[in-house]
Design a protein around this ligand. Structure first.
Ligand code: GLU
Ligand code: MG
Length: 440
C-alpha cells in the first residue's frame, strides 16, 4: 500500500514583472526552512515575463541569496480544486549572512512603512481590489454586472470565495464586472504588508480555481485593445500610534485630514515617475486613458472614478462612524505591477509630501480633457505617461523617486522594462494585449 504523498509548500517572492516565483519543500520541512530559507539569486530580478533574462543585466551569472519564508504570511487552502493543497508562504530575500538584500521588494515595503511610522507615527491600512477576465468558459452572453453574468460561471465564484476564506485572505465581495467575462474580487483591509501578501495570494488562488474549472483567469490590464481594463485599485488609510483612524477630518474639504492631504499631494507630485512601477507593462498604458474609469491625470477627486486618487465613499447608515471606513484609492495600478513595490512607492511618495508639509491637492471635478491647458495647469493636472518608455523617462527624470532605491535596483528595473518595450516594439496593440492576456 502506498501512503498519501506529502503536500508541498512554496516559499515565494514576487519579481519586477509581478510574477510569483519560488521553491517548493515538503510541508514537514517548512519549520526547518524558515531558519535559513531556500536558495535564490540576484539575476532573477532581471527575468522577463517572456521566460528570458535581460542580457546584459547588472547581476550576471554569479551570486547567491536566500529566500526566507515569513511564516506569518502563509496562505493555505485545500479548496482550489487541485489534487493537493494550495500552500504558499511569502518570503524575504536576504544575503547569505541574513542581512537584507537591496533588491527585495517585500523588504522595501517594510522599510517604507517603518520610515513613515518613525517620521509621522502613522501606520498604513491597505486593500487591493482586483479585476480579471476569464477565458475559455464558453459562457452564454450576459449583461454587464448582472446576476446572470456571475451565475453562469457557477460554482466558480463560491469556490473562489471559499478558497480565499480558507487561505486567510479575508475576501469581501465577488462581482461580475462591467467588461465581458470580467470579474472582480475584494478583500478586507489589513496592515499594508499583509495586504500586499494577500494581493499575491488572490492572484494565484484565482488562477488556480479558474484553471481547475478548465478556464484561464487573466489579470492583464487589457485583454484586448477595446476591452474594459483590468485595474488593481490600491486602497489606503492611516491609523495613528494609538490605532485611531487618522485619514478623516470632517472639517476639511472632502473630509481629508491635513496629514492625509499632504500624503496625497506627495503621491500626485511623483505619480508620473511612479507609474512605471504600478502600471508596469506595455499594455498598462492602453488602460490609462481618459474616459475609461482608470486614471490618466494627476488628479485627486471626491468619489470620481476617473481620478488617479479617489476619496472613497463612507456609509453612515445606522449611525456608522465614517472615520474608520474613510480611505483613498490609487487607481493607476494593475497586476503587471509588483504589489510590494507599488505600495512602497506610494508610501515613499506620500512621506515626501508629509515631510514637505505639502498642502492638500484641490478636489477636482469635471473632465480634464475638456479643460484648457491653463485650467489644467491651475489645478495641477498633469497627463500620466502614455507609453512604457515615456514612463521610464519620467522615472529617470525624478531624482527623488530614483533616490528611494539603490542605483543598481533602478538600473535593473529600467533595463528590464526597456527590454520589455523593445521586444514588443514591432507588434500592434491587439497582438500585445493578446500576449499579456496569456502571461498574466
Ligand atoms: N475597470 C476599471 C479600471 O480599469 C475600473 C472600474 C471600476 O471603477 O471598478 O480600473
Ligand atoms: Mg471594479
Amino acid at each position: 500500500m502506498t501512503s498519501a504523498v506529502e503536500p508541498l509548500v512554496a516559499v515565494v517572492t514576487t519579481d519586477l514583472s509581478a510574477i510569483t516565483r519560488g521553491r517548493f519543500v515538503v510541508e514537514s520541512r517548512l519549520q526547518k526552512t524558515a531558519a535559513t530559507g531556500v536558495g535564490w539569486l540576484q539575476a532573477n530580478l532581471s527575468m522577463t515575463p517572456f521566460n528570458s533574462i535581460v542580457d546584459p543585466n547588472p547581476w550576471g551569472s554569479s551570486g547567491d541569496l536566500r529566500l526566507i519564508p515569513d511564516l506569518k504570511a502563509r496562505f493555505r487552502t485545500e479548496r482550489t480544486g487541485s489534487a493537493t493543497p494550495f500552500d504558499m508562504v511569502a518570503g524575504d530575500i536576504v544575503e547569505l549572512d541574513g542581512s537584507p538584500w537591496l533588491g527585495c521588494t517585500r523588504t522595501m515595503l517594510r522599510d517604507a512603512l517603518a520610515e513613515l511610522k518613525a517620521a509621522t507615527g502613522l501606520s498604513v491600512i491597505a486593500a487591493f481590489e482586483h479585476e480579471f477576465n476569464i477565458a475559455g468558459g464558453s459562457f452564454a452572453p450576459a449583461h454587464s454586472m448582472s446576476f446572470a453574468a456571475l451565475r453562469r460561471t457557477d460554482p466558480f465564484a463560491p469556490n473562489l470565495m471559499a478558497a480565499l476564506e480558507e487561505a486567510g485572505v479575508g475576501p469581501e465581495v465577488v462581482i461580475a464586472e462591467f467588461g465581458s467575462e470580467q470579474f472582480e474580487v475584494t478583500h478586507e483591509p489589513a496592515d499594508a504588508l499583509t495586504a500586499a501578501d494577500r494581493a499575491v495570494a488572490i492572484r494565484e488562488i484565482t488562477r488556480e480555481v479558474a484553471r481547475n474549472a478548465g478556464w484561464r483567469a487573466s489579470f492583464a490590464p487589457k485583454v484586448a485593445p477595446d476591452a474594459v481594463g483590468n485595474g488593481v485599485h490600491i486602497h489606503f488609510s492611516f491609523v495613528d500610534e494609538a490605532g485611531k483612524p487618522a485619514t478623516y477630518d470632517p472639517a476639511r474639504p472632502g473630509g481629508l485630514s491635513a496629514k492625509a492631504g499632504a500624503f496625497c499631494a506627495g503621491v500626485l507630485r511623483h505619480l508620473p515617475a511612479m507609474t512605471a512601477m504600478t502600471a508596469s507593462s506595455v499594455s498598462s498604458f492602453y488602460r490609462l486613458k481618459p474616459h475609461s474609469w482608470s486614471s490618466s491625470y494627476t488628479w485627486l477627486a471626491d468619489r470620481d472614478r476617473e481620478a488617479s486618487l479617489r476619496i472613497c465613499p463612507t456609509v453612515t447608515i445606522g449611525g456608522r462612524d465614517p472615520a474608520r471606513q474613510y480611505n483613498v484609492e490609487y487607481r493607476a495600478a494593475d497586476a503587471t505591477g509588483n504589489p510590494y513595490l507599488s505600495l512602497a512607492a506610494i508610501i515613499r511618495a506620500g512621506l515626501e509630501g508629509l515631510k514637505a508639509d505639502l498642502p492638500s491637492p484641490p478636489l477636482v471635478t469635471g473632465d480634464p480633457t475638456l479643460m484648457s491647458e491653463t485650467e489644467r495647469a491651475e489645478l495641477g493636472l498633469v497627463r500620466l505617461p502614455e507609453t512604457l518608455p515615456a514612463a521610464l523617462d519620467a522615472l529617470l527624470a525624478d531624482k527623488t523617486v530614483t533616490g528611494w532605491f539603490a542605483p543598481i535596483f533602478i538600473e535593473t528595473f529600467v533595463g528590464l522594462k526597456q527590454h520589455e518595450a523593445e521586444r514588443l516594439a514591432g507588434l500592434d496593440p491587439a497582438a500585445i494585449c493578446d500576449l499579456y492576456r496569456t502571461l498574466y
